[in-house]
Write a protein that binds this ligand. Structure first.
Ligand code: PLP
Length: 405
């Protein structure tokens, strides 16, 4: 009999859908155990509903969106995205620079596949949203991780970035607002990154999917608006801001100097055409969605669900002896630090597994985000306050007796 193995390209892909924690969670679920999942950034299971207006638009559009669209997407959607870019100070984007995708996920992979050859390097943050590292790796490149500094609100460490640039470095990934830390980069930090990219001629890959989910009246600055001379690819979508992760709706826009990247753009066009087009009914709501700011804003201000859930979770986690967390400024994630000495923690995955078995709550270990030390985990604070209270109480109880064996 022939034996079929997975592609060896997948051997070095680290992703949190596999491993002992997910195996155990699936085993428990099969046995009928009710698990509270604080591990997925998917709003719908926690009672968040798509805005009525978008459902209405989608229904109205279904009969007009039966066929393939242009491979880059519906013109009306791309026009709306251009307008959105302009609103964010990204000036030189036109409809030909915009590509819609089945979520940002598809476009991340497409952008890496179109660029990388074996041995090419891309700077990716640590911690990261792991699809970035996975996509670089799958595309034959090498993800070189630069550190984000918890002591400095989790901002990227500019000196570490500089020290990791080589002649093979093609670009840098900036995830802002950030998953898993929830941080929002100020203009000054972004300017410093732009300066480095300018000096070394790097492409900027800006993942800004959480740009409308910002707290405390803060402003999200698109890095592309600070780098009109550099090739910047900005990624965005509706999964999180409009609570429609399942519809699969995202886009990327290219701006800046493309004169030295004609071949790369040709590659992107080719890959975009090869998948024919992205989900057309989902594209049909982009125009309406980008006009709707208020619904998302309401979630992020005092009294709004995500705001109140952040407030509670931030305080409750910081009250647990041995755990500390930086207050997130955006999105719906926290990346708490564990005092590893206090609990003898040498393996963060084992910590999350032990917690799951004991308390039936699923977290993600820091290693799942390419964070090397065993001293962090990620919490998604999307569940209702009542569930978050149960989760934080159980974590506090667990940490009162846990010593890793
Ligand atoms: N980028 C970041 C930083 C994310 O956190 C996620 C999803 O969690 C994605 C991209 C993918 O989003 P999409 O649903 O658009 O594929």
């Amino acid at each position: 009999m022939r034996n079929f193995e997975k592609s060896s390209k997948l051997d070095h892909v680290c992703y949190d859908i596999r491993g002992p924690v997910m195996d155990e969670a699936n085993r428990m679920i099969d046995q009928g155990v009710d698990i509270l999942k604080l591990n997925i950034g998917n709003p719908a299971p926690f009672g968040f509903r798509a805005p009525e207006e978008l459902l209405k638009r989608m229904n109205e559009n279904l009969s007009h969106t039966e066929g393939y669209s242009d491979s880059k997407g519906l013109l009306s959607a791309r026009r709306a995205i251009v307008k959105y870019c302009q609103k964010k100070g990204i000036e030189q984007v036109n409809v030909d620079d915009v590509y819609t995708g089945n979520g940002v996920s598809e476009l991340i992979t497409l952008a890496m596949q179109g660029l990388l050859n074996s041995g090419d390097e891309v700077l990716v943050p640590s911690p990261d949203y792991p699809l970035w590292t996975a996509s670089v790796t799958l595309s034959g490149g090498t993800a070189v991780h630069y550190m984000c500094d918890e002591e400095a609100e989790w901002y990227p460490d500019i000196n570490d970035i500089k020290s990791k640039i080589t002649s093979r470095t093609k670009g840098i990934v900036i995830i802002n607002p950030n998953n898993p830390t929830g941080t929002l980069y100020p203009r000054e930090v972004l300017k410093e990154i732009v300066e480095v990219c300018r000096k070394y001629g790097l492409i900027i890959f800006a993942d800004e999917i959480y740009d409308r989910l910002v707290f405390d009246g803060l402003e999200h600055v698109s890095i592309a608006s600070l780098a009109p001379d550099l090739l910047t690819i900005t990624f965005n979508g509706l999964s999180k801001s409009h609570l429609i992760a399942g519809y699969r709706c995202g886009w990327m826009s290219l701006c800046g100097d493309k004169s030295f990247a004609k071949g790369y753009v040709e590659g992107i066009n080719l890959l975009s055409s090869m998948r024919l087009c992205s989900n057309v009914p989902a594209q049909s709501v982009i125009e309406t969605a980008l006009e709707m700011e208020e619904e998302t804003r309401q979630l992020m201000i005092p009294g709004g669900r995500i705001y109140e859930q952040r407030k509670y979770t931030f305080q409750a986690l910081n009250e647990i002896p041995g755990i500390s967390v930086i207050k997130p400024k955006a999105a719906f994630y926290m990346f708490p630090k564990i005092n590893t000495g206090k609990f003898n923690i040498y393996d963060d995955e084992k910590f999350v597994l032990d917690f799951l078995k004991d308390k039936k709550i699923l977290l993600t270990h820091g290693g799942g985000f390419h964070w090397e030390k065993p001293d962090h985990f990620r919490v998604v604070y999307l569940p209702e306050l009542s569930q978050l209270k149960v989760a934080c109480d159980k974590l506090a109880d667990f940490m009162s007796y846990y010593i890793q064996k």
